[in-house]
Design a binder for this molecule. Structure first.
Ligand code: TYD
Ligand code: MG
Length: 459
């Protein structure tokens, strides 16, 4: 057919992949602006590939069992960072570090660079800043006391120059701070645009895989909490880490949301001090440090983040509303989950919360996503409503179902052991767990099967 020879143009959103016959400023599918780019395709909208004419090479199949690839891991000397990366940096892997501006991404990576560069084997470490001038990075290095470490520092935004330089090096670790400032000549759009970010990342990732260095890409986060630029960036890299924390708190949490070389949901906890980020080996003790016992509306949730138990204080305040519809405000937890817990308490326990404002806060600036916190939230709310404090030496965990049943959660003994270590003597836990053979914790366990029984605890 003649049509097959004709070149066809189509307009593709670089963010979500939606295809349009004409250019337009805004993508109707994902709502992004200026992401639609012209692409030339073969006739009829398909590629020119013809499987009968073009001969491909045969690929070889192998059995599932076989010699395991030994991963070469490099320790950064920052234990919390190593753990989140799955136990050190894998050679040739690419790690995207996202986070709000000013949260400490540059500080963390500069500290990691300095540690690695100082190793006895003297790995070559390159820190390329597109955001700050050399002088600014030097000021930070001096502040951190790292100015003597053999880190190679440069300020550049030209991907071509960066690649040409790294090509000749023997790099073990490279930091690009940030990917949104990088620029590739061949691509005709501004730095930070979807196309630029994608093209620059692609070139850098190719080089990292070929030369076998660990590449860190710093990425900014949009107001919605996503790494700015295309979502495809998250698919291109091996590991995605988010650096998060509340403004006004010193704690910073490094969280793995994707990891091809380790577990996700692993967290690393740091404290931002005036001489940089300091690892927090025992986060529970830190999160509970300012807790005041015997206050109504407060309780301690025994949570698990990744492989590590973390105890946090959950605070609720219930007060008569002055509005026509009561206010619900949540810091550090999912507001839909709070709405669900309140609805269950109303429907199954006959509590009246419709004329009450409810405020919920996870003390210390940690964000919890575990449903296991349901029971602790419910107890904090009831405690505030009845104005009766819970015992100060008690921890709580359990998930609440819509019919009011309390469900078992993962790793109960890990949670209880941590609680015991920190001096807690009793716990409220889901029913049917203490018969578990693994339970050998010497604590006063109150098992609860249904939310209706919660009210009795306060009588
Ligand atoms: P920075 O690493 O520049 O953040 P990002 O790269 O994520 O934008 O961190 C900047 C903040 O950290 C800044 O507000 C000052 C604070 N800070 C300290 O409190 N102590 C320190 O030692 C350093 C270097 C920064
Ligand atoms: Mg920075």
């Amino acid at each position: 057919m003649i049509l097959a020879k004709k070149e066809l143009k189509q307009y593709v959103c670089q963010d979500c992949g939606a295809v349009y016959p004409k250019w337009q400023g805004k993508c109707d599918a994902c709502g992004e602006w200026n992401t639609i780019v012209e692409e030339v395709v073969g006739g009829g909208g398909f590629s020119n590939f013809n499987p009968r004419k073009s001969k491909g090479k045969e690929i070889e199949f192998v059995p599932l069992s076989g010699a395991e690839e030994q991963l070469d891991r490099l320790s950064t000397g920052i234990g919390e960072l190593d753990r989140v990366c799955g136990g050190g940096l894998v050679a040739g892997s690419v790690i995207l570090v996202g986070g709000d501006p000013g949260i400490g991404k540059s500080t963390l990576l500069l500290q990691a660079c300095a540690k690695v560069a100082d190793l006895p084997t003297r790995p070559e470490v390159y820190y390329i800043s597109g955001e700050e001038a050399i002088g600014q990075v030097r000021i930070r290095a001096r502040r951190l006391g790292l100015e003597k470490t053999p880190v190679n520092l440069a300020s550049s935004t030209e991907i071509k120059d960066i690649i040409a330089t790294l090509e000749k090096s023997n790099a073990a670790m490279v930091i690009i701070d940030s990917i949104q400032t990088m620029y590739l000549d061949e691509v005709d759009s501004t730095p930070g645009s979807v196309t630029q970010v994608r093209a620059c990342s692609y070139e850098l990732i190719k080089l990292a895989k070929r030369k076998g260095f660990t590449l860190f890409l710093v990425g900014h986060v949009t107001k919605q909490g996503e790494i700015a630029g295309p979502r495809v960036l998250e698919h291109m890299v091996d590991t995605v880490l988010y650096f998060e924390g509340e403004r006004g708190h010193h704690f910073r949490i490094l969280r793995a949301v994707k990891n091809r070389y380790g577990a996700t949901d692993e967290i690393g906890v740091f404290e931002m001090q005036d001489k940089g980020l300091v690892e927090v080996a025992n986060p529970s003790a830190l999160f509970l440090a300012e807790r005041q016992g015997n206050i109504s509306g407060s309780c301690v949730f025994a949570g698990v983040e990744g492989s590590r138990p973390v105890l946090v204080e959950i605070q609720a305040l219930v007060s008569p509303t002055g509005y026509s519809s009561p206010k619900r405000a949540v810091v550090g937890w999912d507001s839909n989950r709070l709405a669900m817990v309140l609805a269950v308490l109303e429907a199954r326990c006959g509590m009246n919360l419709s004329s009450q404002d409810v405020y919920l806060n996870i003390a210390g600036g940690l964000r919890i996503s575990e449903p296991a916190a349901d029971l602790a939230v419910a107890l904090a709310v009831i405690s505030s409503l009845t104005n009766k404090p819970l015992p100060a030496d008690m921890v709580i965990f359990g998930e609440i179902g819509l019919s009011g049943e309390i469900r078992a959660v993962a790793q109960p003994s890990l949670r209880l052991k941590e609680a015991k270590k920190l001096g807690f003597h009793s716990a409220i836990i889901p029913q049917g767990r203490s018969t578990d053979k693994k339970f050998s914790v010497d604590m006063d366990l109150h098992e609860i099967g249904n939310v209706q029984r919660l009210i009795n605890l306060f009588n």
